[in-house]
Design a protein around this ligand. Structure first.
Ligand SMILES: *Cc1c(COP(=O)(O)O)cnc(C)c1O
Length: 383
């Protein structure tokens, strides 16, 4: 590629077609997919329900502006929102977090936001400024002021939740940051401190949401009551689509003219999202949990015990395998590509697995067997 900015270090093949949970590259090689894009195509690459809804909508009308009523947006909001929340539709996770930042400041009249080290919230000025990763921010100062950071899972963070904060933003499992799950008790303490200090709790479910962990939203495992939830990635199964969900009480701050977008809530995106959400049934989620349980058994018994592995973390079908310095996660990813398996990396030398939620158990376990073999081939691991 010569005419595109090199903002990505790309692997040297082009994935030109996909079917179910397989992708085929420009040389005709087919891979089992443990990436779903990056947690996007949870229903794989040829889901009939989503495809039918998209093609039907494409034949009807692709786009109208947000100046008109949209029954499709209402439908997606109804399927997506927890009780008592409203939706604002946008096109990406970054935009969802940008909307959350704006709403939190406007609704509370306060400016300061507390975020966490190793978090990832996006690349626009607001979302990047809330991202606890110096390498994402390098060279872009001055950042948006009023954003503070604390250590994730650390009791000291609770003391930083003071009445002057507008909001706390967190992922219940940090994705890009290395698949770091929050401790249940710590999350509860964060929530309690937020409520006591009238600080909004923003949960970024962009990677963890839409069934990835076996529930619609990962925060449901911790019995939390967020004020704002952000989603994107899997919401459109690959058609760009994001949403910020907020409690009804915040609605006065987001009245006419306060925020907007040309494409957000686009009819094609909404058609795809209805296809995703209609299939995200309790039965489907229960199946994800069952398949994930079989995977976690192998992960704990056969992968976490390998000499090169320091820890295996995550929940449901969001999995991080952290390696000792004896191996480089990206080298293992490349080795697995040769063996016909696509995987991802995350911070802290982590191999990240985000397989499509529709992948059958046999294929999930088959992929793990390839990973085990690759990790076993690492030589000279220090004790
Ligand atoms: C991917 C991601 C984002 C950013 O989403 P984009 O659609 O790339 O803008 C934000 N937060 C989390 C947790 C993510 O995983």
């Amino acid at each position: 590629m010569e005419h595109v900015f090199e903002t990505y270090q790309r692997y040297p093949f082009d994935l030109v077609s996909g079917h179910d949970w397989h992708l085929t590259d420009d040389s005709g090689k087919t891979y089992l997919d443990f990436t779903s894009g990056i947690g996007v195509c949870s229903f794989g690459y040829s889901n009939q329900v989503i495809q039918d809804k998209l093609t039907a909508q494409a034949a009807q009308v692709w786009h109208t502006t947000n100046l008109y009523e949209s029954q499709l947006q209402e439908e997606v909001a109804t399927l997506l929102c927890p009780e008592g929340m409203l939706a604002f539709f946008c096109n990406s996770g970054t935009e969802a977090n940008e909307a959350a930042l704006k709403l939190a400041r406007k609704a509370t009249g306060k400016t300061t936001i507390l975020s966490f080290n190793d978090s990832f919230h996006g690349r626009s000025y607001g979302a990047m400024s809330m991202t606890g990763n110096p390498s994402v921010q390098a060279g872009y100062s001055p950042l948006v002021p009023g954003i503070k950071f604390a250590d994730y899972n650390e009791p000291a963070a609770i003391d930083q939740i003071t009445p002057d904060l507008a909001a706390v933003i967190l992922e219940v499992i940090q994705g890009e940051g290395g698949v770091n799950p929050a401790k249940a008790q710590w999350l509860k303490q964060v929530e309690t401190a937020c409520k006591a200090n009238q600080v909004l709790l923003i949960i970024d479910e962009i990677q963890t949401g839409i069934g990835r962990t076996g529930k619609k939203f990962a925060y449901e495992y911790y019995d939390l009551d967020p004020d704002i939830i952000t989603v994107a990635k899997a919401l459109g199964n690959g058609i760009p689509c994001g949403a910020m969900l907020g409690k009804q009480a915040l609605a006065p701050a987001f009245g006419p003219g306060s925020h907007g977008t040309t494409f957000g809530g686009n009819k094609l995106a909404m058609a795809a999202a209805t296809g995703v959400l209609e299939q995200l049934t309790p039965t489907f989620l229960a199946e994800v949990q069952t398949k994930a349980a079989a995977m976690w058994q192998v992960l704990q018994n056969e992968i976490a015990t390998l000499p090169v592995v320091t820890r295996v973390t995550g929940m449901g079908l969001m999995i991080g395998i952290r390696l000792k310095d004896d191996a480089v996660a990206n080298d293992i990813v490349i080795q697995l590509q040769r063996a016909g398996l696509l995987t991802l990396t995350a911070k802290h030398n982590t191999i990240r697995l985000l397989p499509p939620l529709v992948m059958p158990q046999a294929e999930l376990l088959g992929g793990l067997a390839l990973i085990k073999r690759a990790l076993q081939s690492v030589k000279g691991v220090t004790a």
